[in-house]
Write a protein that binds this ligand. Structure first.
Ligand SMILES: NCC(=O)N[C@@H](Cc1c[nH]cn1)C(=O)O
Ligand SMILES: [Zn+2]
Ligand SMILES: [Zn+2]
Length: 474
């Protein structure tokens, strides 16, 4: 009886849950922007208060300072919260993040990114709605529903909520290893809701992620920005050098040009080949999520393989370059190009960084420029693969069938959650990714949204999963 009662409660109280999301989205907790660091702290306080109000025992862990381009910056705390402490029950560790990607109205958002708006299609639009405030609050909604119904939670929950996921999860790995035998001691399995369905209609369980290695390539030239009419043609220009090197990183068809990268990629097996055939994903889903038909690969299998099991290199931006409207005739004195590589089994981040540094240095030296160039890896995180046959996944599949009346697809994901592998390795427990949002949510993009139905059905899913996982044998 507990499960139907819980599901009914969630259905009836959906507007309260949307209000909770509205309050969370209103805090612009952008971890990558030092000006927003106080907001990231404010977001941690919001979660601490929500969890305390529900009776959780909550502590925050200080992670020290971050070196932000030479300036020390306080790292936001990790929120550790425990709900239930019954040795007869399983303990599920729930990880999520409360920081978000940057968002400016002028990037092209239709509405203020930090004001949650529900449109006529019942989509909850706002930065962090899907990645990852909605899912984090989904777990909190589950605790609240049980408390208000006077229902016992079927498992103990340990929360680990961080505020630096979008910026490399600095400091969290050390905490996980330090606390493996302490705070995380009794954990039986780990569940993370921080990714998306493949398409827009069918739920999935996710057992793999790509890693990410992020690079800053800085070229320095003249002592200050210069007039291009006076100095153009007479000096080596940093931006010209930067573009020359960056154009050698990746081809327009996505092929990475750094020698040695593909040597480390695991070969496709027949068993893996068979997994793509049954998935509920069409080229139309890709076109819908992208907004047009600019796909490189012509069929679903190769799209998914290039998202999940082959590396990719993306060029993200240039710091120090002129980018405002108008026609400023400047030669920027120092520019930093940013790019990242999504890595896959069996690539090793350290080896990858060595390959990239050697290649970029070789390419820069070929230019014969008198400028200086420095290439740095600002953060890296490893890829992750789990066993989707574990009872933790069986429980999640049953919960999906209860809530959505369909068997979930088993998927991998092209994005990265750097600490997933750390949890698996440090705790030696199964890790499950149980997504709430859809493939077209626009995480990291403009107009990020979470459909109301995904938020509400997703809250039900997380709660029913806890009931199912309490019953399976590990
Ligand atoms: N929802 C997970 C996610 O978006 N992860 C980020 C992690 C990251 C790493 N460096 C910057 N962000 C991702 O981009 O995959
Ligand atoms: Zn996320
Ligand atoms: Zn993200």
């Amino acid at each position: 009886m507990a499960v139907p009662e819980f599901m009914e409660y969630v259905e009836k109280h959906q507007n309260d849950f949307v209000e909770r999301l509205r309050k969370a989205v209103a805090i612009p907790s952008v971890s990558g922007d030092p000006n927003h660091r106080p907001d990231v702290f404010r977001m941690s306080e919001f979660l601490v208060n929500e969890l305390k109000a529900l009776g959780a025992s909550v502590e925050t862990r200080d992670l020290g300072k971050q070196d932000f381009h030479g300036t020390p910056l306080d790292l936001p705390p990790v929120v550790l919260a425990t709900v239930g402490n019954d040795p007869a029950k399983k303990t599920i560790l729930v990880y999520g993040h409360y920081d978000v990607q940057p968002a400016l109205k002028e990037d092209g958002w239709a509405t203020d990114p930090f004001v949650l708006v529900e449109d006529d299609k019942q989509r909850l639009i706002g930065r962090g709605s899907s990645d990852d405030k909605g899912p984090v609050l989904g777990w909190i909604n589950v605790v609240e529903a049980h408390k208000n119904l006077g229902l016992e939670l079927p498992v103990n929950i340990k929360f680990c909520l961080e505020g630096m996921e979008e910026s490399g999860s600095e400091g969290l790995d050390d905490l996980i290893y330090q606390e493996a035998g302490e705070y995380f001691k009794d954990v039986d399995a780990v569940t993370i809701s921080d990714n998306y369905w493949l398409g827009t209609t069918k739920p999935c369980l996710t057992y793999g992620l790509r890693g990410v290695s992020y690079f800053h390539l800085t070229v320095k030239g003249p002592a200050a920005d210069l007039h291009s009419g006076v100095f153009g043609g007479t000096i080596h220009e940093p931006m010209t050098d930067l573009f020359a090197v960056m154009s050698k990183l990746v081809q327009p068809d996505g092929k990475i040009l750094v020698p040695g990268v593909y040597d480390q990629v695991r070969a496709v097996t027949d068993e893996e080949e068979a997994t793509y055939a049954t998935l509920d994903f069409k080229l139309d889903d890709l076109h819908g999520a992208v907004g047009n038909k600019t796909n490189i690969h012509p069929d679903v299998k190769s799209v998914l393989q290039h998202r999940w099991r082959y590396p990719s290199l993306s060029l993200h931006g240039v710091e120090g370059a002129f980018y405002n409207p108008g026609d400023k005739t400047v030669i920027p004195a120092k520019v930093t190009g940013k790019f990242s590589i999504r890595s896959v089994p069996d690539m090793e981040p350290k080896k990858l960084t060595e390959l990239v540094k050697k290649y970029v240095n070789d390419e820069f030296n070929k230019l014969g420029s008198k400028n200086t160039m420095v290439i740095e890896c600002s953060h890296d995180g490893n890829h992750w693969l789990a066993s989707p046959n574990h009872p933790n996944y069986v429980a999640a599949a049953k919960a999906t069938e209860t809530v959505y009346k369909v068997k979930p697809d088993l998927t991998r994901e092209g994005g990265s959650i750097p600490v997933t592998l750390s949890f698996q390795d440090a705790l030696q427990k199964n890790v499950l990714l149980l997504p709430m949002g859809r493939g077209d949510d626009g995480a990291h993009s403009i107009n990020e949204k979470l459909d109301r139905s995904n938020y509400i059905q997703g809250t039900k899913l997380l709660g029913v999963y806890l009931h199912e996982v309490s019953k399976v044998e590990f």
